[in-house]
Write a protein that binds this ligand. Structure first.
Ligand SMILES: [Zn+2]
Length: 191
């Protein structure tokens, strides 16, 4: 149960990320965040605990959505270039052999090797299994006789929501996720 995700909203109810239940309870306990129920009512730690008591449960009810009280940052319009997000973009799939593997068995490959002037960008870095990485070595895919499953590019979605919705999707997230999409697309248009 503690593995499931909790959607975190900023002060203006825009989703900023998905966190663990443990962390969400912690933020609630510290008074940094409030839990929000399906009727959009806010609860601090004490009143949230009272709900469990009222329902005769001896354990605290797990919030699905929390609201940060002081966090005003908007979700990033640009997807952060990070290992996590590259794996999310490539769906944890080796872009050479197409095998989907646990993250521990994957690494990042520079399509055009760095030693040859290849850049560390969305367009030149892909998810690769260790075997393909070794086979390719310091060569370009052409030289190594290997083919990319698809040309790498900067993702247009917000990976945290994509992977979160794939992992576990809660209907309580729905109203906020559609707002996230709106915020995301609006931000793109302003550029
Ligand atoms: Zn591979």
């Amino acid at each position: 149960m503690l593995e499931s995700g909790v959607l975190v909203l900023n002060r203006v109810y825009q989703p900023v990320h998905v966190t663990s239940v443990r962390r969400a309870i912690c933020l609630l306990y510290q008074g940094v965040a409030k839990a929000i129920d399906e009727q959009f009512q806010l609860f601090d730690f004490e009143s949230w605990s009272d709900l469990a008591a009222a329902a005769n449960h001896d354990v605290i009810h797990i919030p699905r959505v929390i609201v940060l009280l002081a966090y005003e940052h908007l979700p990033k319009a640009r997807v952060r270039f990070s290992r996590f997000n590259i794996y999310a973009r490539d769906d944890s799939t080796c872009q050479y052999c197409g095998r989907r593997l646990p993250r521990s068995e994957l690494n990042l490959d520079h399509v055009l090797p760095r030693s040859r002037g290849g850049s560390t960008t969305w367009e030149n870095v892909v998810c690769s299994c260790v075997a393909c990485n070794l086979r390719k070595g310091g060569r370009s895919p052409d030289e190594a006789g290997m083919r990319l499953m698809r040309a790498p590019s900067r993702p247009r979605w917000t990976p945290v929501f994509r992977s979160a919705t794939r992992r576990a999707f809660y209907r309580e997230w729905m109203p906020f996720l559609s707002m996230a999409e709106a915020a995301y697309w609006n931000a793109e248009l302003l550029e």
